[in-house]
Structure formats: C-alpha cells, structure tokens
Ligand binder design. Structure first.
Ligand SMILES: Nc1ncnc2c1ncn2[C@@H]1O[C@H](COP(=O)(O)OP(=O)(O)OP(=O)(O)O)[C@@H](O)[C@H]1O
Ligand SMILES: [Mg+2]
Length: 672
C-alpha cells in the first residue's frame, strides 16, 4: 500500500500560513500593506497583549465589495495581478493573494468594509479560515480588519511566541518601518490603548522621521537626493554624530517596500568610510526608486528580500549619492529646523531631548546639577565636521548620581602620600577609594587635558638616588620604588631596584579594576551599583528595548536597574564604578549586542558578563592622554608592584614593560 497522502485543505493551509504569519508583527505588516495598496491616506494600527489577543488595522482606503469579501480569504485570491506578465511590473506591496488566507487560517478574523459607492458596509466573521457569517452593518468608507486569538489552533506556534512586551516591540519596529516608507500616509500605532506614534502624513519625510525616530534623530540628519543608472536615491542619512553600534537604523525601501538589502547596506557603509569610526554603523532612511523590471520582489514569502537583475548600478547609485552628500555637508552651515515642523509624537523607545525634564519624580537638588550639554550639531564647525572624532554625544539626558558631590575636587586628606621624587610606600587606598578619587577628578575636569607639551612637568627628579642595594626577585614584587616621571601623559616611568619599569597607566588600572569588579561579582552575585537621584532616560531601538525587557535580570547582575514601561527605559541605578553617560553608553551597547547576537552560540551569558565587566573597568579606568595628580599615580604604581602576577590588561595588552639597568648600560657601552 502506498505511503504518500495528499494533505487536507486545512492542513495545507496551516503549513502555508506558517511562511507568511510567523508572529503578530507579520500580521500587522500584511494588514497595513493591504491598507496602503487600497490607497488609504490614514491608517490606524492597534494591538493588545502583544497582538495575541487583538490586532486591528483600520483604513480609509477603497474598501471591498460585499461579494469580494469571502473571496479575499481564499488562497491565491488577489485583485493586484492577473497573469504572469504582471509579475515583472509589480508596484503594489501585495501580489501573492495569500496574506488574508494565511492570517484567517490561524485566528478569528472580522472584516468590516465599505466602498464609496456602497450604501452600507459589510461585515464578515471567520474562524480558522472558515467563513461564519456575512452581514450588513453601518460603517464609514474603508476597511477594518480585526484579528483575535492568534494561533489559537496552532499551539506549537503560540508557545513559540515571546513575552507580550517583546512581541509589542517587534510590532513597533515593523510599523515604524512601514510608516517611514510612506510619509504621505498618516500612520498611527496604539499598543494596549496607548498611542506610540502618529505620523502627520503630510508627505514630508523629515516630519515622519521626527514622529517615528524622534526629534533629536531628525535634527542630526542630512537630506540626500541623487540619481545614477536610472536609480533615484532619496531620503535622509545620519550625520557622523548619529551613529549606532549595529545596523538597526539602516532602513532601505525599494519602490516603497522595506527590504533588507546587503548591496545597499554595503554601499552605504563604504560611503561612510573615514567619516565615522570603523566599529560604528550609519543611520539612514533611504528610498530607491527604479524600474520594477530590474528588481524581483518575489523571492521571499514575507517579501523582505529582493533580487536585483544587476547589483552594481544599485551599489553605485547609493554609494555616490551618500558620499557626495557627506562631502558637501562637511562645509554646510547649521541646519535650521522649525519648532512645529518636528513635532515628536513618539513615546516608545523615546529619546527625551536635552533640556526637557526627564520623567519621574522631580527632586530639587541642593547643589546645582552640571549644565546640560549643548547640541553639538548647532555649534558651527571650525573645521569640516566629518573630520571630527566620533566622540558621539549620546541620546541620553543627564542626571547626576546621588553621591556625586558638586565641586568635590580635593584629594581626600587621609591620602598623605609622599610627593616628589623618592621612595614611596603603598598608599592605603582600596581600588574602590581610588575610583572615588578619580570620580572627583572626572567631575572636575571632564575634558582631556591639552597635549603634554603645553603642560609644565611635575616634580621631575634632579638626582637619582640608588636603591638600598637590594635586587628584587622580579620587578613586580618590590613595593619600594622611585617615580621618575611620565611620558606622553600615558607611560609611567618607575625605577625599581635595578630596573626601569614602564607602566601603561590606563591598561594597568583597567586590569586592577577588572579583578576587583570580578571578585565582587563572584562574591555578591552582582556588580555593586549606585542609585541615581533622577531616572536617566536612554534611547533604545525597539530591538534593544525588547532585549532590555527579556534580559533584565542579566543586566541587573552587572549593575543596571531600570524601569521599563510603555514609554521607554529609565536607568535608576548604574554600575558603581562609572559615570552616568558612560553607563548609558554601556547599557545601549549591551542591549544592542544581546539583540544582535540572540541565539548565536558565541553569545552566551558568561561571555556577555565577562565583556560587560571589562567594559566597566575600561570606562572607569584612568585615561591615557590625560593628566592625573600624584596620589593617583602613586597608588597605581604601588598597586602594580604589589600584584606580581598581573602582566596583561583584560584585552590582553601588556600593562608594564621592564628595562634593566644592565641593558641600558650595555646599550651605552658602559659595560660589555
Ligand atoms: N484593507 C483593504 N482594503 C481593500 N481591499 C483589501 C484590503 N485588504 C485586502 N483587500 C483585498 O483582498 C485581497 C486579498 O488580500 P491579501 O492580502 O490576501 O492578498 P494580496 O494583498 O493581494 O497579496 P499578498 O498575499 O501578497 O498580500 C487583496 O488583493 C485586495 O483586493
Ligand atoms: Mg496583502
């Protein structure tokens, strides 16, 4: 007897549905695309409980005739193409005639629709793809599709869904991209009854960007418009300050469709070479318009990928348009943006612009908080702005840590360490105390000191007293030393016995702190954190926000406490060792890394934790190129000498280098 069965219609439908409808965001994508294809100028998208309980998309488009309603739910039923010749000239977002069939086969669907000509609206209800009822109802022109109880009949798929908040973030990311693709359509997103954003639909892409990605993002963009090889490239690209640690803000639309295009991304990144740091990625909202015959959109069930008949012209068009814009922007004067033009209606992953009050309880501080940083984009550049190093002002508001005392610049009294040249003993200071001391300096002088040539040298020795005749077994075990001086504000020269020790001060301090933080993590199960007096809002992409939601306990273990509500992330406590803006940076890069590496074998919790610990140590450590007072230097030297087995920093670089007197004597022909 034969073993091959022909599957039933229902089972075949469920299998096909799996390709199109993977999660709530894929349902939203299909429904909004249908609204766009229907010529709508206003679309309202709404979800409840991550989209599992309810998804509703309403539009003011052309609507459907009553007799078309049940047909729309059938597979391969579409009004957008007729024959195979149409496949080479697709200008609509949909064309496969599969979406409503797939969605309705895994949920309960209600469609209310009315054309302009019809006297009343029609309402269809269905369950698992089977039409239950069609009646006449009163409703405005357009279509509303309601999807309830998603995957009620596919328990395996339902189990596979993430937490409601994570699904909601995915929905937000998806709807944001669709909104960016059509500035001529007003798109509103509501999550659990709360408006996340609403685009004006006035046809101005910059206004849409402002509504979706925030006003601050929109301000740090450059308009692009170019044409090459019959391909028009338009949109906005981020300035060199507006960069990310991943590709999440590289948005490409081809003939109005959001796609993941490796060719366009490669061209964009190449064009930014030398304008941004190599480890950063640009941000963009770029639309490519080209003949539909030179791009195949029918290569992916969710239509997220496309195939170009020839990739080279696409690469060139993007590369040259972006590069030209960056080159001419380097001399462009300040960009002026009208206040009302950039109305920020966004509340998800929201950036709280500098100068606006952060959310949460407002506490009046006795001491005046540090002044808010000016928007650097508004400062006229004294040289081409793209030559400037990417010292990237973060998209965070600043709230000072509780124990940060304004004006605390003095070195604590108890640190009475012998200054000037001469033998010095280990000062009594723990790594923790050294951090407090450093923090005081950091607060007092946040900017690096000028180059060393301009700075008078401190207490250089006039004579070189010989050590007490003892020869240490290794240069790292003797705590008795003479500080000779510092080269290039980076390398400490220390005479120890018969050796000259050259210490990389940043690498050494980083390693010491790393050991300390690791030890405290091992004993307490978490990194010590400091509470913030005011919550510190941090701007995250929806993907990063979903990582922050899912990995909250992991992030807590490295010192971050934060409130996650519908309006975004606010840090309430940060790792003890670092300042607020470093902490915000670290938080963004950690969530970005989690989001980018989810599920990859090399991205385990242990690896992420280790990396976080050395990033904390790196940010907290004293910096090369910056001047520090003697007590800090003395503490560091003594610490290095007392730790004989530490020879490399957490990145694997050496922390100290030894040159013996004998070797020097030999080089100067004093001895043979
Ligand atoms: N919001 C809407 N307004 C008007 N007509 C609609 C709407 N949604 C669906 N339709 C009609 O229902 C048909 C079927 O929709 P469906 O999404 O299943 O297929 P499609 O959009 O043609 O192709 P694809 O599967 O690629 O999305 C559409 O071709 C269109 O005629
Ligand atoms: Mg469709």
């Amino acid at each position: 007897m034969g073993k091959i069965n022909v599957l039933s219609f229902d089972v075949a439908n469920l299998i096909a549905a799996g390709e199109v409808v993977e999660r709530p965001s894929s349902v939203l994508k299909e429904l909004i695309e249908n609204s766009i294809d229907a010529g709508a100028t206003e679309v309202v998208a709404e979800i409840k409980r991550g989209g599992v309980a309810l998804i509703r998309v309403s539009d003011n488009g052309c609507g459907m005739d009553k007799e078309d309603l049940p047909v729309a739910l059938q597979r391969h039923a579409t009004s957008k193409i007729h024959g195979k010749e149409d496949l080479s000239s697709i200008m609509t977002l949909g064309f496969r005639g599969e979406a409503l069939a797939a969605i309705s086969s895994v949920s309960e669907v209600t469609i209310i629709t009315k054309t302009k000509e019809a006297e009343s609206a029609s309402m269809l209800t269905s369950e698992g793809g089977h039409v239950i009822d069609i009646t006449e109802v009163g409703a405005a022109d357009g279509t509303t599709v309601v999807v309830e109880n998603l995957f009620y009949n596919v328990p395996a798929r339902r189990k596979f869904l993430k937490k409601d908040a994570t699904e909601a973030m995915n929905v937000a990311a998806l709807v944001e991209r669709v909104a960016l693709s059509r500035p001529d359509i007003s798109i509103q997103l509501l999550i659990d009854g709360e408006e996340k954003f609403k685009t004006p639909g006035d046809g101005d892409l910059l206004h849409t960007i402002s509504a979706v990605l925030g006003r601050d993002f929109a301000k740090k963009t450059l308009h692009i418009d170019g044409e090459a090889n019959g391909i028009r490239v338009t949109g906005y690209i981020g300035t060199s300050e507006n960069v990310r640690k991943n590709r999440n803000l590289e948005n490409f639309f081809i003939n109005g469709r959001y796609v993941k295009s490796l060719t366009a991304a490669a061209a964009l990144e190449k064009a930014y070479t030398s304008y941004i740091a190599p480890e950063c990625f640009p941000a963009c909202v770029i639309s490519l318009s080209m003949s539909p015959s030179s791009v195949d959109v029918n290569v992916h069930p969710a239509k997220l990928e496309v195939k170009f008949s020839d990739e080279r012209p696409v690469f060139e068009a993007v590369y040259h348009t972006v590069r030209r814009t960056l080159e001419s922007a380097a001399y462009r004067p300040e960009m002026t943006l009208g206040k009302d033009a950039l109305k920020d209606t966004r509340t998800v992953g929201a950036f709280v612009p500098l100068g606006e009050k952060p959310k949460g309880e407002q506490i009046t501080l006795g001491a005046t908080p540090p002044p808010l940083r000016e928007n650097p984009y508004r400062t006229p550049p004294t040289r081409p702005s793209y030559d400037a190093p990417v010292s990237a002002p973060r998209t965070v508001s600043y709230a000072p840590p509780t124990q940060r005392a304004a004006g605390h610049t003095d070195i604590p009294d108890r640190l009475s360490v012998a200054s000037g040249a001469g033998h010095t003993q280990t000062p009594e200071m723990t790594p923790r105390e050294s951090l407090d001391l450093l923090r005081a300096y950091r607060d007092a002088s946040p900017a690096p000191t000028p180059p060393p040539v301009a700075r008078p040298t401190e207490s250089a020795p006039t004579s070189a007293p010989t050590p007490d005749g003892q020869t240490p077994a290794t240069p790292f075990t003797d705590t008795s030393y003479r500080y000779v001086g510092e080269a290039f504000d980076c390398y400490l020269m220390v005479e120890v016995g018969d050796d000259l020790l050259v210490i990389d001060k940043h690498a050494a301090h980083e390693r010491i702190l790393f050991e300390e933080i690791k030890k405290s993590h091992e004993s307490d199960g978490r990194v010590a954190s400091q509470s913030l007096l005011l919550p510190l809002p941090v701007s995250l992409t929806p993907e990063e926000l979903s990582a922050a939601t899912e990995y909250q306990s992991e992030l807590l273990s490295v010192g971050f406490e934060y409130d996650l509500d519908a309006s975004g992330v606010s840090l309430t406590a940060i790792p003890d060792a670092i300042g607020a803006s470093d902490a915000a940076d670290l938080f963004v890069s950690m969530t970005a890394e989690i989001a980018a590496g989810r599920g990859t074998p090399a991205n385990t919790e242990a690896i992420r934790r280790e990396k976080a610990l050395y990033q904390i140590a790196c940010k907290a450590a004293i910096k090369g190129g910056r001047h520090y007072e003697r007590p800090v230097i003395d503490w560091l030297i003594a610490k290095v000498l007392s730790l004989p087995d530490i020879i490399v920093c957490p990145h694997g670089r050496p922390i100290a280098y030894r040159l013996s007197k004998r070797e020097l004597d030999r080089r100067f022909d004093r001895i043979k």
